[in-house]
Design a protein around this ligand. Structure first.
Ligand SMILES: Nc1ncnc2c1ncn2[C@@H]1O[C@H](COP(=O)(O)OP(=O)(O)O)[C@@H](O)[C@H]1O
Ligand SMILES: O=C(CO)[C@H](O)[C@H](O)COP(=O)(O)O
Length: 545
């Protein structure tokens, strides 16, 4: 018998995706066609300290998440009871909590509010180097070398430099796992976080105790991994009994709303995009935000030196993942622009126009060039290797640094536009280098599917297609990373059978940016050769002098 008292609204079903990037926490409310009805954002603080230290506050981040979720729900005007699932993604930063979930200070400030070592923090370079020198077998599954951005070098740093904090810690979380614990009280970790950043071997469903003993973290193994994850579940798995009453109150949702095991942010970008068109194995997900991540899925494990992985089931369930990228990408463009004499004037202009500085410059470059592809000529003679925070892939070299070649006496906004274009070309050549390195190891892709805040501009998309020589696909989702997180919520809420079904149903191609024809490819080929020469020269200078 049908219930005639029910309105269509009473039957409506929505899901929420939460994305905690480096600079902000965002929430998006989606319907079951993948349409985003509303979103909201709150900026979060980064504390910088000498010694390549970058810290954050888990308390601030949780408050930002709650405020963003409340605003998204209220601005969409939907009944919180119609939210049937919640998914989280976050940067791969390390959260350190004491008994009762009390934040512990991770650095010399002694400020307990600074309880997160952010992914981009390079304090653990010496620890990473010592771990690499041991050459343990688990390193084969992280591209051959551990990165100081991963969690075990950071844990070792804590143990060696802040032993009282290491000993007092009740739990060490990847940020996405912290958020799901905070929401549900469930301590399960996601296979995504622990496989990609903590050396968990998902293909064998085990930690390697020997690795922890060899590197000096044997205590974590002796405790049977109780502080870093005993229950490890697939992203999208429903956690606990859903939202606790307390968390539901903070988020403005109903208690017991299903909550999914989460993902690292780049992986959410992958889930939100790679299901489209030719599918996961043909599409490389390029997540272009503060950093950039290249996410490539394969049926069999592929060992590509200098490219993280192969990780089993860390992004698309049942597939292996190779993850490359650049530690600074959007952040490298920001840094590059800040050096220019016209930066302050241009920033004022961008404020007045209500856009960010890179968006203003992308608009100006597109207008100046007429056709986006022709903008490469604005960068004639200017070359940038934007490795301000090292080379994440394919050299796995945290010591690499940026090069800018071809500067003159120009100080006007026009020359700032040229520098921006040259910087973006450098990002594109880094992407091309990773794609080529993977191809040499037998991992080939057809398309790049783009997401992330820096990948939203059509000018950027065309320039990356030209610089990399691969079609760049933009999907219909306005915010693919948020969609990726929402997909997890939809699966946890039982609205789709699994992540693969939700991925292919909810993402679709919007526009394909094909690499330009005519004289442009030749210009990029030559510039790319120059890029590689400058990169090699930087290595030589560093080693030789
Ligand atoms: N058109 C653009 N060109 C280059 N960089 C951009 C552009 N738009 C945004 N960015 C950069 O992207 C980064 C923000 O990306 P986003 O994905 O929102 O950040 P998060 O890493 O916090 O998730 C910033 O460094 C910003 O300057
Ligand atoms: O290491 C990563 C993924 O493995 C990310 O680069 C890191 O989490 C930061 O992401 P974003 O640039 O989107 O803030």
């Amino acid at each position: 018998m049908s219930d005639t008292s029910r309105t269509p609204e009473a039957d409506a079903k929505y899901v929420i995706g939460v994305d905690v990037g480096t600079g902000s926490a965002r929430a998006g409310l989606f319907d079951l066609t993948g349409r985003m009805l509303a979103s909201a954002k709150r900026n979060i603080t980064l504390f910088h300290e000498a010694g390549s230290m970058v810290e954050q506050s888990s308390t601030e981040i949780w408050a930002a998440v709650c405020a963003a979720v409340r605003e998204a729900v209220s601005s969409a005007g939907v009944d919180p009871a119609s939210v049937k699932g919640l998914g989280f993604d976050a940067t791969c930063s390390l959260v350190v909590l004491g008994e009762g979930g009390k934040p512990l200070p991770v650095g010399p400030s002694e400020d307990p509010n600074r309880d997160i070592i952010v992914w981009m923090d390079h304090r653990a370079v010496p620890q990473a180097e010592r771990i690499n020198a041991l050459g343990h077998d688990v390193l084969r599954y992280i591209g051959g070398r551990i990165s100081p951005e991963m969690e075990t070098p950071k844990l070792l740093w804590l143990k060696e430099n802040r032993p009282e904090v290491f000993d007092a810690a009740w739990q060490f979380f990847d940020l996405a796992d912290f958020l799901t614990w905070r929401a549900t009280g469930d301590l399960s970790r996601s296979t995504c976080t622990v496989t990609c950043k903590w050396t968990y071997l998902a293909h064998e469903k085990r930690w390697d105790g020997d690795y922890f003993h060899q590197i000096g973290l044997g205590t974590l193994a002796d405790e049977e991994f109780a502080r870093i994850g005993q229950a490890i579940v697939e992203p999208g798995s429903a956690l606990g009994r859903g939202l606790t009453t307390a968390a539901a109150g903070e988020l403005g949702l109903k208690s017991e709303t299903p909550v999914a095991a989460g993902l690292i942010d780049a992986h959410a970008g992958g889930i939100g995009t790679v299901g489209t068109g030719a599918g996961p194995q043909a599409n490389l997900a390029y997540v272009f935000g503060t950093s950039s991540c290249t996410m490539t899925s394969t049926a069999e494990p592929s060992f590509v030196p200098g490219v993280w992985g192969p990780y089993y089931s860390a992004m698309v369930p049942g597939l292996w993942l190779n993850e490359g990228g650049q530690s600074a990408a959007g952040a490298a463009i920001d840094q590059l622009l800040s050096f220019h004499p016209a930066a302050a004037e241009a920033r004022e202009l961008s404020k007045r126009a209500g856009v960010s500085l890179p968006v203003l410059l992308a608009d100006m470059a597109a207008r100046k060039a007429g056709r986006s592809s022709d903008a490469v000529t604005l960068a004639a003679g200017l070359h940038v290797v934007p490795e301000f925070l090292g080379n994440r892939a394919p050299f796995a070299d945290p010591h690499a640094r940026a090069i800018i070649a071809g500067l003159g006496m120009e100080d006007d906004i026009g020359s700032l536009v040229s520098l921006y274009v040259a910087g973006l070309c450098g990002i594109g050549y880094g992407l091309r280098q990773i794609i080529e390195t993977q191809a040499d190891a037998g991992v080939t892709i057809e398309n790049i599917v783009i997401s992330g805040g820096a990948g939203q501009h059509d000018f950027v998309r065309q320039l990356l297609a030209d610089a990399s020589g691969k079609p760049v696909i933009a999907t219909k989702a306005e915010e693919p990373v948020l969609l990726g997180a929402a997909i997890l919520g939809a699966v946890a809420g039982g609205l789709f059978a699994d992540v693969r079904e939700a991925m292919t149903t909810l993402s679709a191609v919007e526009t394909t940016f094909l690499p330009s024809e005519g004289p442009i490819p030749d210009i990029h080929d030559k510039r790319y050769e120059g890029f590689k020469e400058l990169q090699a020269l930087a290595r030589k200078l560093r080693i030789g002098i």
